[in-house]
Design a binder for this molecule. Structure first.
Ligand SMILES: [Zn+2]
Length: 200
């Protein structure tokens, strides 16, 4: 009988494009993965493969959080200028997340929800998104099929009105809440399939 382990992996893709260009992919994904232990190989070639995979084979993964990170506003900004820049960054992240969430539910039609996290430097907001929140997407023009539709115009309202500041107690509490109420629950909600017979 094979043993198996469930865990989370954090994949992060650092944005390398300059000039404010959109990279067309999220900056953070938090994935739920379920794995089985690979048999320990005897030949060196297979051992390299085994080591590369940490001795595990993934038989299920799904995404619980999609995050978009925009730069922090300049620290020299004060008052309304600072508030404007924070709002500008968060809004830009939210706009990118609209497309990423539309793509997510298109690729994973059985997914019930995903957490969207928008950040501008240490300032962040989040929303629990379900398929009914995202608009139909025109993948040729790469924009919502109805840019003035309710799902587009109400998108920002899905996110909390106030932002959180990373490193503060309030932010820590909110991150703990997100983990306990949404991310950790994916481990125990029964959606993880059994280990395929071929891998037992
Ligand atoms: Zn899963």
């Amino acid at each position: 009988m094979a043993s198996y382990a469930e865990n989370y992996s954090n994949n992060s893709a650092v944005t390398t494009l300059g000039g404010g260009a959109k990279d067309e992919e999220p900056d953070i994904l938090v994935n739920h993965v379920a794995t089985v232990d690979l048999k320990v190989p005897t030949c060196q070639e297979s051992k390299d493969h085994y080591d590369h995979r940490s001795g595990k084979k993934v038989y299920h993964y799904c995404t619980s959080l999609i995050g978009e990170l925009k730069p922090a506003p300049s620290r020299s900004l004060k008052g309304v200028d600072h508030a404007f820049e924070v709002g500008f960054g968060l809004k830009a992240a939210e706009t990118d997340l609209l497309e990423y969430c539309a793509a997510y539910f298109e690729c994973h039609p059985n997914a019930k929800s995903v957490i969207a996290l928008a950040a501008a430097g240490p300032f962040w907001k989040w929303a629990l998104i379900n398929p009914k929140h995202v608009p139909e997407w025109n993948w040729i023009l790469n924009e919502p099929a109805d840019p003035k539709g309710y799902r587009v115009t109400s998108w920002s309202k899905r996110f909390s009105e106030e932002y959180f500041i990373l490193g503060t107690e309030r932010s820590d509490k909110e991150l703990t809440k997100i983990n306990e109420q949404h991310i950790y629950r994916m481990l125990i909600d029964g959606h993880t399939p059994d280990v395929p017979i071929s891998l037992r």
